[in-house]
Design a protein around this ligand. Structure first.
Ligand code: FNR
Ligand code: 8K6
Length: 347
């Protein structure tokens, strides 16, 4: 069944995947108090090692990137050692794993880092309260200075080096879902008047600086990026955003990344200013390895790949519901449906 999904896939000269399934990055809020991966997390990832590539849950690059409780980090030696145990377990089972590198920007909360302020491109906040900690209201962020931006770029590159030290096969830079990098890419959150704002080139600058610093640190073969042109989460869309992503995708085309990944919950959503689905928009503007995600079943993913709409598929919620997702799909066994209650435990 679904033969094309079970073919090996060569990402580049360094990395070949056992199949075209990725496990999507899934925040589970289960790291310990020092934001170190636990034994339960090790077992959770090892159970899913049959995926061609696991993308870790979003992992913060430094303390002020934290916006939710117990999300793991990759900035202390203890965190690196904790992740090393996870990557060893995945490798022992023949799998591969990338770390998703995260800074939440204006979606961070000082509660988690004893900080005075949260950093973002501009002093434009998000409405509402922190999920699972509804007593915490989001703050108006401080617009990052150019010196603070340069420091953030260095910290992404350092986190990428830490990820390699922790045994990850590469990193996926989280540039999606309304978090820090995405906040530079949309007019809703970027009101800067310096070289990081106002034009597609300027608004793409931070994302490209992070990508280039990461490539310089660990190589393009091991560097991937997730993007949300559609602005569907923690963000309001502005039709002008389209020009920013047109520019950014053209620039990324020359970088030879391991892959580009759309950040979406439902890839059937239609965005007028992108002329349709996010995956189709990205395919038109980017010729490298492309990962589709958002509501795919093995059947719809196999069809999309056969039609050339993207090259690999990431699976999120069904992978929470079915630790043995790959084996079940291969054998044709029926899949258990996902439900939100499953987020309470790490099976
Ligand atoms: C997510 N998603 C997500 N995305 C991301 O880039 N980093 C993350 O840490 C998370 N965390 C996360 C947690 C939970 C509980 C859910 C349900 C989703 C989005 C995820 O990677 C994926 O894009 C969506 O789940 C859509 O894919 P499925 O679930 O329809 O296959
Ligand atoms: C508990 C912290 C989780 C942080 C990452 C985001 C996870 C959200 C999971 C719930 C899914 C909600 C989907 C909302 C998307 C809007 C689509 C139009």
């Amino acid at each position: 069944m679904y033969q094309n999904l079970f073919e090996q896939y060569r990402l580049n000269d360094s990395i070949t995947l056992n199949n075209r399934f990725m496990m999507a990055p899934l925040t589970r809020c289960m790291a310990d108090a020092d934001l170190v991966p636990t034994d339960a997390m090790l077992a959770y990832y090892a159970r899913r090692a049959e995926a061609g590539l696991i993308i870790s849950e979003a992992t913060i690059i430094r303390p002020d990137g934290q916006g939710y409780p117990n999300t793991p980090g990759i900035f202390t030696q203890t965190q690196i050692a904790g992740w090393r145990r996870v990557t060893d377990a995945v490798h022992e089972k023949g799998g591969k794993i990338f770390a998703q590198l995260w800074h939440t920007g204006r979606v961070a909360h000082p509660h988690f880092f004893n900080g005075e302020h949260v950093l973002a491109p501009s002093a434009v906040g998000v409405e509402g309260t922190v999920p699972r900690m509804r007593e915490l209201s989001y703050q108006t962020p401080k617009a990052a200075s150019t010196a603070e931006i340069a420091e953030l770029v260095r910290d992404y590159a350092k986190a990428a080096e830490n990820a390699i030290e922790a045994g990850f096969d590469g990193v996926e830079i989280h540039g999606a879902n309304g978090y820090l990098i995405d906040q530079f890419l949309h007019y809703d959150s970027n009101r800067r008047e310096d070289e990081y704002g106002q034009t597609p080139e300027n608004m793409s600058r931070f994302a490209l600086e992070v990508v280039d610093a990461t490539i310089a640190a660990i190589g393009a073969d091991r560097t991937a990026l997730r993007l949300s042109p559609g602005a569907y989460f923690n963000m309001s869309a502005d039709p002008r955003d389209r020009q920013v992503f047109d520019y950014l995708l053209a620039e990324l085309g020359s970088r030879r990344l391991a892959y580009l990944h759309e950040g979406m919950f439902d890839d059937n959503m239609h965005f007028d200013f992108l002329d349709g689905r996010v995956s189709d928009y990205m395919r038109r503007h980017y010729q490298g390895n492309l990962v589709g995600v958002g509501g795919y079943s093995p059947e719809t993913a196999a069809d999309a790949i056969a039609a050339g709409r993207f090259d690999l598929v990431a699976i999120g919620r069904p992978f929470i519901a079915n630790p043995d997702y790959i084996a079940k799909v291969r054998s044709g066994e029926s899949l258990q449906d996902y439900s939100d209650e499953m987020l309470a435990t790490l099976d």
